[in-house]
Design a protein around this ligand. Structure first.
Ligand code: NAD
Ligand code: UDP
Length: 318
């Protein structure tokens, strides 16, 4: 297959490009390098079948040659990034999604949207199943991202019903691993970088809020399974092992041998209290489940950041 991956130079996108090339697909990566890095795919540039094209997908998408599948990952994704770029985030979810759906329709290609657990907002049911409609503040600090992704899901669904597009929607839960930016403000990259620098770990609020962290290799395997399936509706992709932010901080301190301590900082507005995917649909329809336990994934992530020493210091707090 020849697969177009928007956002292919980002954290998830670069691992996805690698996985697709690894199984013999050709990959055309489109990226504007706004939150991703060309260095993430530099090692792929000499691989046969790989192309990386600078492109802002909100302005239009032109791809020559055959296209068998389109995977739309281009969007600011960390809370710090989308807080800095709210208009670009809304444009990536709306105009960007439309341009990539048009590309898929023109080529009769399968389209996969990288959506998010954020469509559930601060969820009213726990764990979250795909039939939860969500609890989202449309005018809060997270709204540009949450509503962009909700609109992107609606647009993807409408292309399916109105234009006969072959579409799938991945609702991705917190994913971590090598190639996260040290300054993206996300909790795993921030804690690991703080620990390696011997600085206190910034725990927001009382640290009792939960997330469920999925290692990147597991997540990418799920995205590829969704691409290969005919599954149409949304499907949760994430690791159902739930963990408090405080427990994550303690685990990072244990694995790095850093002295700590943790430093409390204010909880951001609208920060979801609990988050954990119900992955029953992914198990049943894709035969997918994650395998990498949190401690093992963190060890690999810590090794990556240790090797990348000299990279910029992480943004502390928000
Ligand atoms: P990332 O910021 O590392 O990657 C996003 C990529 O998209 C970057 O390379 C960026 O330069 C590119 N991009 C942004 N706007 C663009 C535009 N207008 N045109 C072209 N390229 C553009 O983030 P990530 O964590 O790899 O996330 C990838 C996708 O997965 C995003 O759509 C995100 O919403 C979704 N997602 C990620 C997570 C996670 O935990 N990592 C969770 C849920 C959803
Ligand atoms: N968080 C924290 N310290 C940090 C960064 C984040 O305590 O330095 C918390 C944040 O408040 C949230 C959780 O960790 O409760 C996950 O935050 P992240 O930004 O990684 O992802 P999201 O909020 O989108 O799930």
């Amino acid at each position: 297959m020849r697969v177009v991956v928007s956002g292919g130079s980002g954290f998830l996108g670069s691992h996805l490009c690698e996985a697709l090339l690894g199984r013999g697909d050709a990959v055309c990566c489109l990226d504007d390098f706004s939150t991703g890095r060309a260095a993430n795919v530099a090692h792929l540039r000499t691989r046969p079948g790989f192309a990386c094209v600078p492109c802002d997908v909100t302005e239009g998408v032109r791809v020559g040659g055959r296209v068998d599948a389109v995977m739309h990952l281009a969007s600011p994704a960390s809370p710090a990034d989308y807080a800095r770029r709210p208009l670009q985030t809304l444009a990536a979810g709306s105009r960007g999604t439309e341009h990539l759906l048009d590309l898929a329709v023109r080529h009769h290609a399968r389209f996969v949207l990288a959506s998010t657990s954020e469509v559930y907002g601060d969820p009213l049911v726990h764990p979250q199943r795909e039939d939860h409609w969500g609890h989202v503040n449309p005018v809060g600090p997270r709204s540009a991202y949450d509503e962009a992704k909700r609109f992107a899901e609606a647009l993807t669904t409408a292309y399916r019903t109105a234009r006969g597009a072959d579409t799938g929607i991945a609702r991705i839960f917190n994913t971590y691993g090598p190639r996260m930016r040290p300054d993206d403000g996300r909790v795993v990259s921030t804690f690991v970088c703080q620990a390696l620098a011997g600085r206190p770990l910034t725990v927001f609020g009382d640290g009792r809020q939960t997330r469920s962290f999925c290692y990147v290799d597991d997540l990418v395997r799920g995205l590829v399974a969704l691409l290969d399936s005919g599954l149409d509706g949304p499907v949760n992709l994430g690791n159902p092992a739930e963990c408090t932010v405080l427990a994550l901080a303690e685990l990072v301190l244990e694995l790095t041998g850093a002295p700590g301590p943790v430093r409390r900082a204010p909880l951001p507005v609208d920060d979801p209290v609990r988050r954990r995917p119900d992955i029953g649909r992914a198990r049943a329809r894709l035969g997918w489940e994650p395998h990498v336990p949190l401690a093992e994934g963190l060890r690999r992530t810590i090794a990556h950041f240790t090797a990348a020493r000299g990279a910029p210091e992480p943004a502390v707090g928000r």
